[in-house]
Design a protein around this ligand. Structure first.
Ligand code: FAD
Length: 555
């Protein structure tokens, strides 16, 4: 079985330069990952190149919902609601530990976005379009029942609520599992390698066509290499126009980037019983989502023109979200000091003249340049599989090959081999039984299974070895996770581990401070790093911790 090991990099680099691929994908976010899996599983010789860590762009910075897009109903984007709604059920089946069904409470507030009738009708239409099973369909609650369900909601303006079906996920984990699954189907996927330009060839009739990409190894900037390919897809999210510009094809439609911020507070400071989707002053709606020991709140939606690699949370974003929370949950009195972490992401939307950030469509679009570069932009995490299907259908057409039909709706993602939702809970109990003997409990079992699914077995194997060697349980566990991520998930920097693979930077930031030195030491040992490299990585990690906890003051 092919694995995504951090130690296979040299071998992988040799492989990438030694053949001509049917398809090279630029960008290892959810969109690129989905295309890699779809293409490889349809028999195309496929490579994927990501300049940062996998999912380090927008695909680790979303609201982390696989959702039917209720707000798109308001914009009458019926086909989008239908597509993403149906996709939820499919992705849930492919990774039942990672895409988890959860009820969302939509409080009805006097003067809010939706009235009672409109909400009831809207949620009913949503259920039908999204194909929600009858047991999961919307329920309208009276004011009293809403208060019982969520006692923190303000009483004076509350009129009742709607309870509807959503799915929670972890965007970065979903992306890495899709990439690992693509690798199993033969795709060659590499991170920390940047596409700097395209390779062109003149055809017999004098046309210039893209026949590959020029790359630089971001872990060793003196090393450049080329990958030859019959077709090239750019799935570079917020960077799509940069690549189109390099290809001299940035004409017509362009991206419109908007920034979305989430803040994280201890659950005890915003102890919601379930996820809530509520009105904030000014006519927008935001989510409050409980996860482990924290609740996260988001998002904002403002135009963005800054550095695409590192969008930051501004104090104005925090104030906006806190005011929204305090308006609907008046008793909690959340303050800036309560915010323990945060993140900001960029929506790569397609520009439409005269429309504000919130009004722009979330639909995806494919552009094909005169030299044959295929770019895909816009869309949702939720729609990654369908976007991939459309893109690979087009690739087959451009290759002038008889298309094979997509199979990704039947390909279970790595870690998702449960054969049903009930088995996830049974498996969690099994894991818990194993952990209790080692002084760990239900929260660790829940975390492990949500993060790694069935691959928890592999993490536990190393954990037991560490325990036998006399290691303390918490240290044994972090080392076991690290070992798994090094050998199976191609991490090259401690931040890859703390942010994209384990979500600790956002959802358990104290544990990053607690374990950072131990993890740095282990990296030094495993990768033979010198002291300068360790210093550089420590600085990088500390900067990420600082930026998650502190905000810019631009306004
Ligand atoms: P990205 O994840 O940004 O991936 C593009 C990748 O290309 C990056 O990793 C980048 O490093 C790489 N790249 C760029 N240039 C190069 C180069 N030259 N060489 C190599 N690699 C390169 N969707 C949902 O379904 N549910 C939600 O709850 C949700 N919430 C959201 C909340 C916010 C605040 C935002 C911003 C978005 C949200 N979305 C949500 C949308 C969703 O996150 C995005 O649609 C999706 O993550 C985009 O993925 P992508 O792969 O296209 O882009």
């Amino acid at each position: 079985m092919r694995l995504l090991s951090s130690f296979h990099r040299d071998e992988l680099l040799d492989q990438l330069v030694s053949q001509t691929y049917d398809l090279v994908i630029i960008g290892g976010g959810a969109t690129g990952a989905g295309i890699a899996l779809d293409a490889a599983s349809r028999g195309l010789k496929t490579a994927l190149v990501e300049k940062q860590d996998f999912a380090a762009g927008t695909s680790s910075r979303s609201t982390k919902l696989i959702h039917g897009g209720l707000r798109y109903l308001k914009q009458f984007e019926i086909s989008l609601v239908r597509e993403v709604g149906r996709e939820r059920a499919i992705v849930h089946r492919l990774a039942p530990h990672l895409v988890v069904s959860e009820k969302m409470l939509l409080p009805l507030i006097k003067g809010g976005t939706y009235g009672k009738m409109a909400t009831s009708l809207g949620l009913m239409v949503y259920d039908v379009l999204a194909g929600v099973e009858s047991a999961d369909q919307r329920v309208m609650l009276s004011k009293e029942d809403t208060q019982k369900a969520e006692p923190l909601l303000r009483e004076d303006l509350l009129e009742g609520s709607g309870l509807y079906a959503e799915y929670r996920t972890d965007d970065a984990r979903l992306t890495i599992e899709v990439i690992k699954t693509a690798v199993r189907y033969g795709a060659d996927c590499i991170n920390y390698a940047e596409v700097t330009d395209f390779i062109y060839k003149e055809t017999k009739n004098g046309e210039k066509k893209v026949v590959g990409v020029k790359c630089v190894d971001c872990l060793n900037s003196t090393k450049t290499f080329e990958i030859k390919a019959k077709r090239v897809v750019s799935a570079t999210g917020p960077w799509v126009d940069e690549l189109r510009d390099k290809n001299n094809s940035l004409k017509g439609k362009r991206l419109h980037l908007t920034k979305g911020v989430h803040i994280v507070v201890p659950h005890q400071r915003l102890p919601v019983n379930q996820s809530v989707y509520f009105d904030v002053p000014g006519g927008r709606m935001v989510f409050a989502i409980p996860r482990g020991n924290v609740t996260y709140v988001g998002t904002t939606d403002t135009d963005y023109h800054g550095d695409k690699h590192n969008p930051r949370t501004d104090i104005a974003d925090v104030t906006y979200l806190l005011e929204g929370v305090n308006n609907v949950f008046p008793g909690v009195d959340l303050r800036v000091e309560d915010v323990v972490s945060s993140w900001a992401g960029l929506r790569p939307l397609i520009h439409e003249d005269g429309k504000s950030a919130s009004e722009l469509s979330r639909k995806d679009e494919i552009f094909v340049s005169p030299t044959g570069l295929i770019s895909i932009a816009g869309g949702k995490l939720t729609g990654y599989r369908k976007m991939a299907e459309r893109t690979v259908d087009l690739v087959f057409k451009k290759l002038e090959r008889k298309p094979r039909r997509t199979r990704t709706h039947t390909i279970v993602l790595t870690g998702g081999e449960f054969g049903g939702v009930a088995s996830v809970e049974d498996y969690k109990k099994e894991v818990l039984d194993n952990l209790i003997a080692h002084e760990l409990g239900a929260s660790e079992a829940h975390y492990l299974v949500s993060n790694y699914g069935k691959q928890t077995d592999e993490v536990l194997e190393t954990f037991f070895e560490e325990r036998e060697a006399g290691e303390e349980p918490h240290r044994a566990m972090i080392m076991a996770e690290l070992d798994f991520c090094i050998h199976r998930e191609m991490i090259h920097r401690p931040l890859d581990f703390f942010s994209r693979r384990t979500g600790r930077l956002y959802f358990n930031i104290e544990s990053v401070e607690r374990w950072k030195e131990e993890v740095l030491k282990e990296f030094q040992k495993q990768f033979n790093w010198n002291d300068d490299r360790i210093k550089e990585e420590r600085k990088w990690l500390e900067k990420a911790i600082y930026e998650a906890k502190n905000f810019t003051h631009t306004s």
